[in-house]
Design a protein around this ligand. Structure first.
Ligand SMILES: C[S@@+](CC[C@H](N)C(=O)[O-])C[C@H]1O[C@@H](n2cnc3c(N)ncnc32)[C@H](O)[C@@H]1O
Ligand SMILES: *[C@@H]1O[C@H](CO)[C@@H](O)[C@H](O)[C@H]1NC(C)=O
Ligand SMILES: *[C@@H]1O[C@H](CO)[C@@H](O)[C@H](O)[C@H]1NC(C)=O
Length: 216
């Protein structure tokens, strides 16, 4: 939010490996991306009416601190990771450089295309960062036990229900900025806007069993 456009510009500069990020080229790429995103919202959004209005989540890139806090809470874990709503792929790239094989689910085709081309330009192997243009509400997530989500406050409760139904007991879920209501977190990193929460599904399940009135 606070630095989204700077971050996009900065990232756009990194896509094209110039000796130093060229300010004019970065600005052009940033403007192009913003423009494409505007076009997408105008024309493609109506096509996404399948997603109920209350489940719509805006694109809001995570800040450097938020990304670092997510990585902190993933420390010690490896293997496959799913990022729900991967945006321009910044969390996926951070996780893949930390050794995860990461799949980003993203419904906005422009962001998917951008993330894929960024992977190509920066030479991230496809098995380490995969971007899938898919609605995660309609995706079975039961094969993942490492999940990250930076979404919106209004969808966290419903997402919590979905994850409790699908994820295995040993799953760890990282929520960036917006916590799951009624879930006890194992640990957190950062504060205020940068705060990131880690949940162990087995602990959440046993907590909700012992306090069934708060279970949704
Ligand atoms: C707050 S942004 C986070 C982007 C990225 N993870 C980051 O950290 O910068 C949320 C993203 O989720 C995507 N999204 C929202 N609903 C979705 C859905 N049902 N399926 C897949 N992606 C979705 C949005 O398009 C948006 O890019
Ligand atoms: C998720 O992380 C754990 C802990 O590092 C790892 O054992 C597991 O294999 C990972 N999950 C998958 C599906 O790779
Ligand atoms: C959160 O991150 C921003 C930059 O992304 C930083 O300026 C700010 O100090 C951080 N806030 C806290 C409370 O850590």
């Amino acid at each position: 939010m606070e630095d989204s456009i700077e971050v996009i510009l900065q990232d756009a500069g990194r896509v094209f490996p110039l000796s130093t990020p060229h300010p004019i080229l970065s600005a052009c790429t940033g403007a192009l991306l913003a423009g494409l995103y505007g076009v997408w919202s105008l024309f493609a959004m109506p096509g996404c009416r399948k997603i109920p209005w209350r489940l719509k989540v805006p694109y809001l890139p995570s800040s450097k601190d938020q990304t670092l806090n997510v990585m902190k809470l993933l420390e010690g874990r490896t293997g496959h990771l799913a990022d729900l709503g991967s945006g321009d792929g910044r969390l996926v790239f951070a996780a893949s450089s930390a050794g995860f094989q990461c799949t980003g689910f993203e419904i906005n085709s422009i962001l998917v295309a951008y993330a894929r081309s960024k992977a190509l330009w920066t030479g991230v192997p496809p098995n380490q960062a995969t971007f899938v243009k898919k609605d995660f509400w309609k995706t079975d997530l039961s094969s993942y036990n490492n999940v990250t989500a930076f979404l919106a406050p209004g969808v966290m409760e419903l997402l919590g229900e979905k994850l409790l139904k699908e994820l295995p007991d040993d799953a760890r879920v990282i929520a960036c900025r917006f916590p799951f209501p009624n879930w006890p977190h194992q640990s957190s990193a950062g504060s205020s806007l940068n705060e990131t929460f880690a949940y162990d599904i087995s602990a959440v399940r046993s907590h909700l069993r012992n306090a069934p009135n708060t279970a949704a």
